[in-house]
Design a protein around this ligand. Structure first.
Ligand SMILES: Cc1cc2nc3c(=O)[nH]c(=O)nc-3n(C[C@H](O)[C@H](O)[C@H](O)COP(=O)(O)OP(=O)(O)OC[C@H]3O[C@@H](n4cnc5c(N)ncnc54)[C@H](O)[C@@H]3O)c2cc1C
Length: 475
């Protein structure tokens, strides 16, 4: 890049939201550059061989119901730029002690059929919401500042804003259905007796039925690479190894969009903002962190439950009670002995991830923000509990705690993967209550990361919305 170039817009950070913002600006005829601090693009959507040669691991995001359902990504020709979605046989399995598993199947009917006494209750809960699935995905396309949450629109609206424990206990009788719901709700990082944890349980189940829980062939990096390739085909420029420490370091441009979280924004651009705005950035709350382990295996995970072998994602934590206790412990700043594990086994359905007959496993659990506790043994013990013999198949592994994750991507403050806590208050009004969450008090400076609505996850919608706001300024 000739640093004297004049751009319409510069995006700082090449995560899915940064790339989405750049794409939206470029497809509206703007001259755009992306500055990425690290040596590779993609932010939370990157993949690499971090264990043995030939084993491709997702370093951040693995499973992409939000990415697949994202109206913005769907509007782009990403398949022409190398993106291919892989749908596992079943989106999710949730094993229980004793060798059985609840399975989230693509159809509500088939899922309900596996839930015994709770079959009818499951259908009653999910059918009306899933009939609204397009509208639910469509919440992404509302006007910035007027975002309404999907499930607030859906027929079970009010209940969805409550807590997962209360909802599951009032609707279901047995551990299978309760556990399945609890595992989805635990994606919220909230204790399961806190609102709106129920919404996450409903949203992820609904997305599974309506869209599936697919992942990109070759790794989540393929999604970032497809966005980058499309951007470059429109003349957009991307520069890696270009960390931005201050606004003044950005090449000449009319607008800057920051794919960073409030703490970083304060450092980079705080002197251009009002005191009130800076104080609100300082008050922004981060959520629990994660502890992650990637495994290279010499065979598939030997799940006791058949359902485990058909699913791309497996939730490990057994009953609602156990998952709720674990997530509450994390909320209190503790490290549960039996943590809730989110596990993905992409290589079962995507042979590009590992050498013939070998497999990759991606697994993480929640830990207190900034934790330095090594959860590797507890994660392995939870997998072994539902898949005896797992440990014997490990060829290599690589663990990452909160500090390592933050070194890898500075947006993961204290290991928080959602760009900030997603409780009722901060989910809808992030980074702070403001009519337009993407703008700042400084003309031409915007925030486009997951610290803006609709929040964490690989969907690109924060980037898209921020770009739409910037385009009005650039018009
Ligand atoms: C372990 C893990 C598992 C996850 N699992 C899933 C999942 O399965 N499904 C899902 O949908 N989501 C998942 N996520 C969340 C998802 O990755 C994030 O929500 C998403 O990547 C956020 O996108 P973003 O563009 O806002 O920020 P990020 O993807 O975090 O990108 C920010 C980028 O900005 C760069 N940057 C930061 N500061 C600067 C600077 N000063 N100068 C230049 N560049 C800078 C960073 O290096 C990074 O590349 C996971 C995340 C992690 C870490």
């Amino acid at each position: 890049m000739s640093r004297s170039s004049i751009y319409d817009a510069v995006v700082v950070g090449s995560g899915p939201n940064g790339l989405a913002a750049a794409v939206e600006l470029a497809r509206n005829g703007k001259r755009v550059a992306v500055l990425e601090g690290k040596s590779t693009i993609g932010g939370g959507a990157r993949s690499a061989e971090i264990t043995l040669p030939g084993f491709v691991h997702d370093l951040g995001s693995a499973i992409h119901p939000l990415g697949y359902a994202s109206p913005f990504f769907r509007s782009l020709p990403l398949e022409e730029h190398g993106l291919e979605w892989v749908h596992p046989d079943a989106p999710l399995a949730h094993p229980l002690d004793g060798g059985e598993a609840a399975v989230l199947e693509r159809s509500i009917e088939a899922t309900a059929a596996g839930l015994g006494n709770d079959a009818a209750a499951y259908r009653r809960l999910m059918e009306p919401i899933s009939a609204d699935a397009d509208r639910i995905a469509g919440f992404f396309v509302g006007k910035p500042g007027l975002l309404r949450h999907p499930l607030a629109l859906a027929s079970s609206g009010v209940r969805s804003l409550g807590d997962a424990e209360g909802l599951a206990n009032s609707v279901f009788e047995d551990e299978k259905a309760k556990g399945l719901f609890a595992g989805n709700a635990a994606h919220s990082f909230l204790p399961l007796d806190r609102s709106p944890s129920a919404m996450f349980g409903l949203l992820l189940g609904t997305l599974g039925h309506a869209f599936g829980w697919p992942f990109p062939r070759g790794g989540s990096q393929s999604l970032a690479d497809a966005l980058a390739s499309y951007l470059e085909s429109m003349g957009g420029e991307i520069y890696t190894d270009s960390p931005v420490g201050a606004v003044e370091e950005v090449p000449k441009t009319r607008a800057v969009l920051f794919d960073v979280t409030p703490r970083q924004l304060l450092d980079i651009a705080g002197e251009h903002f009002t005191e009130d705005f800076n104080n609100a950035l300082k008050r922004y709350r981060y959520g629990p962190g994660v502890f992650k382990v990637d495994f290279a295996l010499d065979g598939p995970i030997p799940w006791e439950a058949e359902g485990g072998k058909r699913a791309g994602t497996v939730h490990l934590g057994g009953t609602l009670e156990e998952i709720a206790a674990g997530e509450s412990a994390v909320g209190r700043g503790e490290h549960p002995e039996r943590p809730f594990i989110l596990l993905a086994q992409q290589s079962l359905f995507d042979r590009t991830r590992a050498p013939e007959g070998k497999h990759t496993v991606w697994a993480y659990c929640h830990v207190p923000n900034g934790s330095s506790f090594d959860m590797t043994e507890r994660i392995e013990a939870q997998i072994e509990r539902f898949a005896p013999g797992f440990g014997d198949r490990i060829l290599d592994k690589r663990a990452a705690g909160t500090a390592e994750l933050e070194r890898w991507n500075p947006n993961l403050v204290g290991g928080d993967i959602n760009g900030g806590y997603m409780d009722l208050r901060q989910l809808f009004t992030r980074p702070m209550p403001r009519p337009n969450p993407y703008s700042t008090p400084a003309r031409g400076l915007y925030i486009c990361s997951s610290s803006t609505p609709p929040g964490g996850g690989v969907h690109g919608m924060s980037g898209y919305f921020a770009a739409r706001v910037a385009l009005r300024y650039l018009a």
